[in-house]
Every structure is written in C-alpha cells, then in structure tokens.
Design a protein around this ligand. Structure first.
Ligand SMILES: NC(=O)c1ccc[n+]([C@@H]2O[C@H](COP(=O)([O-])OP(=O)(O)OC[C@H]3O[C@@H](n4cnc5c(N)ncnc54)[C@H](OP(=O)(O)O)[C@@H]3O)[C@@H](O)[C@H]2O)c1
Length: 304
C-alpha cells in the first residue's frame, strides 16, 4: 500500500516506527512510503479475481507479497496475465459459484496448491443491468442473482471455514464485498440489493463463528458505491445517470477499483486492522442515498 506525502514526514515516520510499520522508498517528486501490512506469505483466495474489483485486489495483495488463489468463471485472460507477472505466487482456478461441487473443488485444489487459506475475499457477483420492478422480475432472474451472489457466498464461507477447522491457526479473515444497494436499497434491482443486504447478516453471524476456528479471526464487509469496472461500464457511460448519482455524493466522483481494493487489503491485515471485526465500511465518496425524483416529478399541490 502506498502513500505520497508532502508534509509532517518526521512525525509520520515516528508513528509508523512505533507501530512497527516499515518503510520506505524515495522517488524524485515526493516520498513514497511502503507500509508493511504483514501480508507476505499469506494465502488469499479472491472470488471474481478476473473482474474489476477482484483483479485490483489481487494485484494489491501480490504487491504485499501474498500468495493469491485467483478465481474466475468465464474469463481466464486477466488471471493468466497475473500468473505470468507473478510467477509461482498466483494459482488460477475456474468455478461457477452456483455449483456447490465446483466451489468445494476450488477450495480443495487451492489448499493442495498453497496450503491453508488465510484470507477469503468474497467478491464475485452479478448485477442484472436492466431496471426491472419487482412486479416484472422473473423468478429465473431472482433465483440466478441469489444463487451467484448469496448462495455462492455461503458456499465459499462453508468451505473456507472447513479449511480453518482442518488447518488450525491464530489469524484468519473474511472480507465480503457488498454494495450501497444493500445499504440504501436500489429500485429496479431488488434481487441484487437483497443479496448485498444479506452480506451484513453473514458478517455479523460469522464474526462470532470464526473465532472458534481461528482465535483472532475477523469478518468484515466493504460496501462499494458506483465503481468503474466492467459491471458498471454501460451505466457509467450514461452522463445523466452519473449526474443524478453524484448529487448525493459530496466527493462528486465514482470510485476506482483500487479505491475498493485498498480497503479490502487494509481489512485483511492483522497488523493494522487486527481489532476490527463485524464492521461494514461503505466506500462511496460519502454517499447519502438515492435521488428518487426529478424536481418536475414533485407536485407541490399534494402537500397539505
Ligand atoms: N462496479 C460497481 O459499481 C460495484 C458497486 C457495488 C458493488 N460491486 C460489487 O463488487 C463485486 C465485484 O464487481 P465488479 O464491479 O468488479 O464486477 P465485474 O468486473 O463484472 O466482476 C464480476 C466477477 O464476478 C464473477 N462472476 C460472475 N458470475 C459468476 C458465477 N456464476 N460464478 C463465479 N463467478 C462469477 C466474474 O467472473 P468471470 O468474469 O470470470 O465470468 C467476475 O470475476 C461484485 O460483488 C459487485 O456486486 C460493484
């Protein structure tokens, strides 16, 4: 993880030293500090590592010298590129998370390859793009979204926890990737929103289970807002939609995949986040909620 600094350099170094956080590379136009997050050698399994947020997360863990099981479903390209760049530290594996036997096999093969999995990032997911009110939503769409986003998450946790039971250790971490749709809801996407709200239930329950298998195990949830990835590409090319979205966001920008990956990696680090568990962190530029109507759609005569 890198930070560029212009001031307060000495006091920062003292603070970092005090926390046993390590140091430093100099570059010409500023100072870049490399914090040692204590993730070197950790085995991290990331679902959906072929996609926008998953890939950025995999890259960041690799920068921290972790070993990464990079899961994909249909797109092996980005994972193959990662493998080429980080020889010996990336294990790519294909699985459709709707299929329990494929998920089980993914965990077994991942453990055979790199040993105990220390960190699980439950990131894979789908967001059916068309706005569909519940009255018109097909049962097929509803079931498919739940199967990938929610049952897929359950299956990953099930086999991750079996891995912890099999290979006892002190630390372990699960990071779920939810969404602001699970925080504020999202009209036209109740299937997606329901799966993301459910991540909070998983987080709060599993934080109390994980400590039975890893005494200092932690479970947390990251809720991204709109983020520039293949999933959101079409929507974010609609200027009107972006303007509407930014009306409730004080930072008036959408996230990059790296914005989300930074928080995932931070939460995975026992060194800097070792006392954080059961928390939901929204990474959405301060988003307040949704703009539901245009001014023209408001009829002041209805106010009694
Ligand atoms: N982008 C946003 O604005 C945004 C906002 C809030 C939350 N999120 C959440 O962030 C997470 C990552 O999204 P992203 O934006 O990075 O999307 P993305 O680029 O579309 O990536 C989605 C990932 O999910 C995988 N996936 C899809 N269906 C799958 C299935 N049946 N089985 C296994 N894997 C499957 C994809 O694998 P393949 O490509 O290999 O098939 C891909 O790796 C998702 O959970 C999403 O809900 C995104």
């Amino acid at each position: 993880m890198f930070f560029t600094l212009e001031r307060d350099f000495i006091s920062l170094i003292h603070a970092l030293h005090h926390q046993n956080i390590q140091m430093i590379t100099k570059i010409d136009n500023g100072t870049v500090i490399r914090m040692n997050l204590g993730l070197d050698g950790k085995h991290v399994l990331i679902t959906g590592a072929s996609g926008g947020i998953g890939l950025a997360t995999a890259r960041l863990f690799l920068e921290e010298d972790a070993k990464v099981t990079a899961h994909y479903n249909t797109n092996s390209k980005t994972v193959e590129e990662l493998k080429e760049l980080h020889s010996g530290r990336v294990f790519g594996i294909k699985a459709d998370l709707r299929d329990a036997s494929q998920v089980e096999a993914m965990f077994r093969r991942s453990m055979d390859h790199f040993g105990r999995i220390d960190v699980l990032v439950v990131n894979a997911g789908v967001w059916p793009e068309n706005d569909t009110f519940v009255a018109d939503m097909s049962l097929k769409q509803w079931e498919n979204t739940l199967a990938i986003n929610l049952t897929g998450a359950f299956l990953c946790c099930k086999y991750f926890f079996q891995n912890l039971r099999e290979h006892q250790g002190e630390h372990a971490s699960v990071i779920f990737v939810g969404s602001t749709a699970g925080v504020f809801g999202e009209a036209g996407h109740c299937d997606y929103s329901a799966t993301k709200a459910a991540m909070k239930g998983l987080t709060l329950s599993l934080k109390n289970e994980i400590v039975h298998f890893a005494r200092k195990g932690r479970v947390n949830l990251v809720n991204p807002g709109w983020t520039i990835t293949p999933m959101a590409e079409t929507s974010l090319s609609d200027e009107q939609l972006v303007k509407r979205v930014l009306q409730t966001i004080p930072l008036r920008k959408v996230a990059t995949a790296e914005d989300i990956a930074n928080i995932i990696v931070f939460l995975a680090s026992d060194k800097v986040a070792g006392h954080i568990s059961g928390q939901s962190i929204t990474v959405a530029g301060g988003m307040e909620g949704r703009v539901l109507f245009t001014p023209e759609q408001i009829d002041l005569s209805e106010i009694k």
